[in-house]
Design a protein around this ligand. Structure first.
Ligand SMILES: *Cc1c(COP(=O)(O)O)cnc(C)c1O
Length: 426
């Protein structure tokens, strides 16, 4: 009788997986799981599966420029491991404010007295409402009591901040008189009026909303959550007029000029920067936000501050369409995208003779400008090959419909076209 072959030791199996590039302790866990599962052959596949759970750079060929699941605005950011003046004043040698550098730049960009930044726009709204209205009332239009991105719900943010939401008007129509009446109610102690841009949906038909300039006639500070982070509706960084798809998007400069006392917006939507929330407007109100204990809990680290500073300097320098990936994608002429699509089709033609270039419609994404598209171009191949594309290294993320796979090139950096070709040739 011969003894059954002995399973390899956990350590030997782990070492045999070292080409996966994963650290040894992780490979030990994977080897142990494979041996315990009685399936030693599965170890390389398990290592591969694990590697695919890590944050991985991908080629975004979905045509959704700010793809929420792919990190919204793509951003190149590199920082040396050197000390930096996060909270240090170079002129006095004393402790400084971590908000000073980035705050002054965003104030300048938005035409505001002051600005500060927190981790995201949800925290910006939470902080503003907590600092200015805790224990008091905040009138909000019923048409703007929205949910954004699944977890940002205006009534819940209000509750967390300790302020009381006062519903104003109706879902489709809210007039200035409705706000006046709400504020005049004897049981209402309105601290601010909150206007929220319903970023990800649109009500059409018999609709009326009260604009910021009208709200500014009220006796209460107006806070506008514009969400998208468009800095200036005239887009002075673009050649020519602002694109049509931006028409419904509120912008920081104009909202403040219309009389908003504060605006809040995201850093990684139309601004094109890192995940952050920006609060800009009246200096006394920003100061109250800075002093609130939540400001400490919600403050960004040096990495984000530095990245935001670079983003703001890029805007002030008018290098937006060359240095901010999102705006570079927006500014690319369709003819360029078509030429790239044609080149890709001819490069893969021997393997996929049915591939063709086609006109497509790209989307801004991240809940910005719902229902609008921008002209684009891409490549369509027969069959649903999404899985194959995702398994390519680096993965390519596309979209499928009617047993076709569509790759939109507006969201793809031209340098990644070779990756798209290699993935499609598989
Ligand atoms: C996107 C958005 C938010 C949430 O912003 P995050 O940066 O994702 O936290 C809040 N309000 C509006 C109007 C938005 O569009």
């Amino acid at each position: 009788m011969t003894a059954p072959p002995r399973p390899p030791s956990v350590d030997t199996l782990a070492r045999s997986l070292s080409s996966s590039g994963l650290p040894h302790p992780i490979l030990v866990d994977i080897a142990r799981a494979a041996i315990d599962g009685g399936d030693i052959e599965s170890a390389p596949a398990r290592a591969d599966e694990f590697r695919r759970t890590l944050l991985t750079p991908v080629v975004n060929a979905t045509g959704v420029l700010l793809h929420t699941n792919l990190g919204r605005a793509p951003l190149a950011h590199h920082q040396d491991a050197s000390a930096q003046t996060v909270e240090f004043d170079l002129s006095t040698g004393q402790r400084g404010s971590r908000q000073a550098a980035v705050g002054q730049l965003f104030a300048r960009l938005c035409g505001a007295e002051a600005a500060m930044v927190v981790n995201n726009n949800a925290s910006a709204v939470l902080l503003v409402v907590a600092a200015l209205a805790a224990g008091r009332d905040v009138p909000v239009s019923r048409g703007e009591s929205v949910e954004i991105g699944g977890s940002f719900r205006v009534p819940e943010v209000m509750e967390q901040s300790g302020a009381r939401l006062i519903d104003v008007g109706t879902t489709n129509r809210t007039r200035l008189a409705d706000y006046v009446a709400a504020i005049a109610r004897p049981d209402v102690d309105a601290a601010i009026v909150l206007k929220v841009h319903p970023s990800n949906y649109r009500v059409e038909g018999f609709v009326e909303e009260t604009g910021v300039s009208e709200l500014a006639t009220l006796d209460v500070p107006v806070v506008a959550d514009i969400g998208s982070g468009l800095i200036d509706a005239t887009c002075p960084w673009l050649k020519g007029a602002p694109p049509a798809w931006l028409a419904g998007e509120p912008a920081a400069v104009q909202t403040l000029a219309d009389g908003a006392d504060l605006v809040t917006f995201s850093g990684d939507k139309l601004l094109g920067g890192p995940q952050a929330g920006i609060i800009a407007g009246r200096a006394d109100l920003v100061e109250r936000c800075l002093r609130h204990p939540l400001a400490r809990a919600l403050r960004p680290g040096g990495l984000v501050l530095h990245s935001l500073q670079q983003t703001a300097l890029t805007y002030l320098d008018r290098r937006v369409t060359t240095d901010i990936a999102f705006w570079k994608m927006v500014a690319t002429p369709v003819a360029d995208l078509q030429a790239r699509a044609d080149a890709i089709v001819s490069a893969i033609g021997d393997v996929r003779p049915t591939a063709r270039a086609e006109r497509t419609e790209a989307l801004p994404g991240a809940g910005s400008a719902p229902g609008v598209t921008m002209p684009s171009a891409g490549v369509v191949v027969e069959g649903d090959v999404l899985d194959v594309l995702r398994r390519h290294d680096p993965p390519v993320i596309a979209r499928s419909r009617d047993d076709h796979t569509s790759l939109d090139l507006r969201s793809v950096d031209p340098a990644d076209d070779t990756t798209v070709i290699a993935a499609l040739r598989r």
